[in-house]
Design a protein around this ligand. Structure first.
Ligand code: C2E
Ligand code: MG
Ligand code: MG
Ligand code: MG
Length: 292
C-alpha cells in the first residue's frame, strides 16, 4: 500500500511518539484514581535561607508516590495534570495540605524569623473563578494566620488578564498573603506590568543561578534582577543554589535569600519542623559539609 501511494505520501510514525502518548494516557488514568483518595500525594518542603544563616521559610513541593512507576518528580505528572484539568483538584489539595501543615507550625510557636510557607499555584488554578474562594476556605478551615502564607505564581499566570490579575492579587494582599513570582526571567512579563502587580518577591530562576561565578551572561541577568528588585522594593530569592561559588557570587551582587541543594534539598515535613523552629543561623551545606 505504501508503494502504491508513492514516496511522498508516507505517514511517519515514530515509535517513541506512540509511547509518549500512551504514557501520558496512563498517567492521566492513574492520576484520576490517585486524586480521588489523595493518599499517594505528599508535600515536601525546601527550606529558604537568609544571608545571615537563618531558615526564613520553605517552599511546598508536591510528590506522588505510586506503586506503578516512579513519578515522584512533578515535572513528569504536573504537565499532564495541567493539560487534562486535573490540576485544579490537585492544586486545591496542595493548598489545603500546605495550610494544615502551616497551622501545625504556627501552633508549635515557630519563631518570627521564619516568615512563610510558599505554595506553587498553576496558571489554570489561579485564573479559574473559584481560586479566591478555595483559598479563603482553606484559611478558614485550617485556622491559619495567612500572614505566613505565600503564593508562588509564574510570569505566564500573570499576563493572561492583567486587570483581573491585579484585582485578584489585591484581594490576596488584603488577606495578608505574600505573593512571589517564580522562575523569574524565563517568561515574558513586561516590566511595565510588573510594577502594577502588588507582589512581594521575585525568585530568580535556577538557570540564571547556574555557574553565575563563571557565566558573564548569567551574572549580568542576576545583576539586572537585583536592581529591579531594588527599585520596585521587592525581595529577591535565588533558587537552585548548588555550590559555594554561586552563593558567593549571589552575595556579592546583594542577594539576600537563597534556596537550593547547597543548603537543603526538599524535605519531608517532619524534617522541616526542627529547622523551622530553630530561630537562629543553621546554615548547613549539604553538598560540602567542610564549608561551614
Ligand atoms: P519550582 O517551583 O521552580 O521549584 C523548584 C524546583 O527546583 C523543585 O523541583 C526543586 O526540587 C528543584 N531544586 C531545588 N533546589 C535545587 C538545586 O539546587 N538544583 C536543582 N537542579 N534543582 C533544585 P521539583 O520539586 O521537581 O518541582 C518542579 C516544578 O514542579 C516546580 O518548580 C513547580 O513549578 C512544579 N510544582 C511542584 N510542586 C507543585 C505544586 O504543588 N503545584 C504546582 N502548581 N506546581 C508544582
Ligand atoms: Mg516554586
Ligand atoms: Mg522556580
Ligand atoms: Mg521551575
Amino acid at each position: 500500500i505504501a508503494k502504491s501511494r508513492g514516496p511522498n505520501s508516507a505517514v511517519y510514525y515514530h515509535p517513541s511518539m506512540c509511547k509518549e502518548v500512551e504514557l501520558r494516557l496512563e498517567i492521566e488514568k492513574e492520576l484520576k484514581t490517585a486524586i480521588r483518595s489523595a493518599d499517594e500525594f505528599t508535600l515536601f518542603y525546601q527550606p529558604q535561607y537568609a544571608a545571615t544563616g537563618e531558615c526564613i521559610g520553605a517552599e511546598a513541593l508536591l510528590r506522588w508516590n505510586t506503586a506503578q512507576r516512579n513519578l515522584s518528580c512533578p515535572s513528569m505528572f504536573i504537565p499532564v495534570a495541567e493539560d487534562t484539568g486535573l490540576m485544579l483538584e490537585l492544586g486545591r489539595w496542595v493548598l489545603f495540605r500546605a495550610c494544615s501543615q502551616l497551622r501545625e507550625l504556627q501552633e508549635s510557636c515557630v519563631p518570627n524569623t521564619f516568615k512563610r510557607i510558599s505554595v506553587n499555584v498553576s496558571a489554570a488554578q489561579f485564573n479559574q473563578g473559584n481560586f479566591l474562594n478555595d483559598l479563603i476556605n482553606a484559611i478558614d478551615q485550617t485556622g491559619i494566620n495567612p500572614n505566613m502564607l505565600c503564593i508562588e505564581l509564574t510570569e505566564s499566570s500573570l499576563i493572561k488578564n492583567v486587570s483581573d490579575t491585579v484585582r485578584k492579587m489585591g484581594e490576596l494582599r488584603k488577606l495578608g498573603i505574600q505573593i512571589s513570582v517564580d522562575d523569574f526571567g524565563t517568561g515574558y512579563s513586561s516590566l511595565a506590568y510588573l510594577s502594577q502587580f502588588p507582589i512581594s518577591a521575585l525568585k530568580i530562576d535556577q538557570t540564571f543561578v547556574r555557574n553565575l561565578h563563571e557565566n558573564k551572561g548569567n551574572n549580568a541577568i542576576v545583576e539586572t534582577i537585583m536592581s529591579l528588585g531594588d527599585s520596585l522594593n521587592l525581595s529577591i530569592i535565588a533558587e537552585g543554589v548548588e555550590c559555594r561559588e554561586e552563593l558567593d557570587a549571589l552575595q556579592s551582587l546583594g542577594c539576600e535569600y537563597y534556596q537550593g541543594f547547597l543548603f537543603k534539598p526538599p524535605l519531608p515535613y517532619d524534617q522541616l519542623l526542627p529547622l523551622a523552629l530553630q530561630g537562629q543561623p543553621t546554615i548547613s551545606y549539604s553538598t560540602d559539609p567542610s564549608a561551614t
